[in-house]
Unconditional design. Structure first.
Ligand code: PEP
Ligand code: MN
Length: 366
């Protein structure tokens, strides 16, 4: 059975025969047998197709909770026995794959920190040779589409089992609204490059906080992505990893029920490409506006500095320099001189406006 989506790929239903959206939920980490079983039981009637829990946790800093390891695989299979829902966990090396195969884990995923390393991905692919366990490949931490494609290809070369992708956003320096920038255009470009690939969105790791999950999940559905992976925990605030982004099983269910899932649609002769290109453009515009906002926030800080140091807002020498350097960058990028001049004039105007606002706010003690 296949269903179309706006980006163009049919849904490969070979795993469970379900229709879009394919739903995955469960805790970030398996913490105890009780926690795994309680969460699985609470999710049993929410309509999920796959239960997830991380057993080996790749953590940024040492001394963080690094997962229970192999013994927790038995908790996953116990949860499957009780609920009938297939189970998935993350693997990062041969030993993980072998332990999962031995325990009979249904689906494996490769995490974002592993996808960045072709050596690690190849090691996993080699360990999977000749098996029939489906594998989901998360995007690499950074925005590198060929690296993501390469990882999928490595696994596909090793096994005939379904290989899907998971879009979990891309790491960026500095504090941003999202924990990981969605950069939807990369997921769309992946779909265009591999039209038969199923792509699941992971709003939890994109959003990083519960309040943003719904917005990200709806966007993923509007883009026609094939499913959602969302972390859930019976007591999210007590979770040993990723506590800010986990929801309760009931919260997960409510969120899913609140989504609008639009039907498949077909368009003119070459709809997928035109639509996919426009969707990428939308995502780029969103990021341009976010960058402009970051730029104006810096202008505010500069406004404060100038105020504190008795400087004037307009520093002609600085702006001459800005026009000169940006003009040269734009020319090298093939942008028209008139366009960049108008753009810079407008940016300058807005920058002066926000600096002015900053100074007058201070002046009147607001
Ligand atoms: C996870 O799914 O819990 C995880 C560690 O994800 P990512 O690899 O996307 O950071
Ligand atoms: Mn997590």
């Amino acid at each position: 059975m296949v269903t179309n989506n706006p980006i163009g790929a049919p849904l490969d239903t070979s795993i469970t025969g379900v229709k879009r959206p394919f739903l995955i939920s469960g805790p970030c980490s398996a913490e105890s047998e009780q926690q795994v079983l309680d969460t699985a039981r609470a999710l049993q009637h929410t309509g999920i197709h796959l239960f997830r829990a991380g057993v080996w946790k790749p953590r940024t800093r040492p001394n963080a909770f690094e997962g229970i390891g192999e013994p927790a695989l038995q908790w996953l299979t116990a949860a499957r026995r009780e609920t009938g829902i297939p189970v998935a966990t993350e693997v990062a090396n041969t030993q993980h794959v072998e332990a999962c195969l031995k325990a009979g884990i249904d689906v494996l995923w490769i995490g974002a920190r592993t996808t960045v390393s072709p050596f690690a991905v190849q090691e996993i692919a080699t360990a999977l040779q000749g098996t029939n366990v489906p594998v989901f490949v998360k995007n690499p931490m950074h925005a590198d589409l060929p690296l993501w494609i390469g990882a999928i290809e490595r696994v596909r070369k090793a096994t005939d089992a379904p290989v899907w992708a998971i879009h979990r956003g891309f790491s960026r320096y500095g504090q941003q609204e999202y924990r990981n920038a969605p950069m939807w255009e990369i997921a769309i470009a992946l779909q265009m490059a591999m039209p038969d690939l199923n792509i699941i969105c992971d709003p939890s790791h994109i959003a990083g906080k519960r309040e943003l999950l719904e917005r990200v999940a709806q966007k993923a559905m509007d883009l026609g992505m094939h499913g959602l992976m969302m972390e859930s925990h019976c007591q999210p605030e007590a979770a040993m990893s990723d506590s800010d982004q986990q929801v309760t099983p009931a919260g997960f269910e409510a969120l899913i029920q609140g989504l609008t899932i639009r039907d498949a649609h077909t368009g003119p002769s070459d709809p997928a490409n035109l639509e996919a290109l426009r969707l990428q453009m939308d995502s780029i515009d969103e990021q341009v506006i976010e960058l402009l906002q970051t730029r104006m926030n810096l202008a505010r800080e500069i406004g404060q500095y100038k105020k504190n140091h008795g400087m004037t807002i307009l520093q002609m020498q600085r702006w001459k320099e800005v026009f000169k350097t940006r003009g040269a960058w734009a020319q090298a990028a093939g942008l028209g001189p008139e366009f960049i001049e108008t753009y810079l004039e407008q940016v300058h105007k807005e920058s002066i406006r926000v600096q002015n606002e900053e100074m007058s706010q201070k002046k009147y003690g607001k």
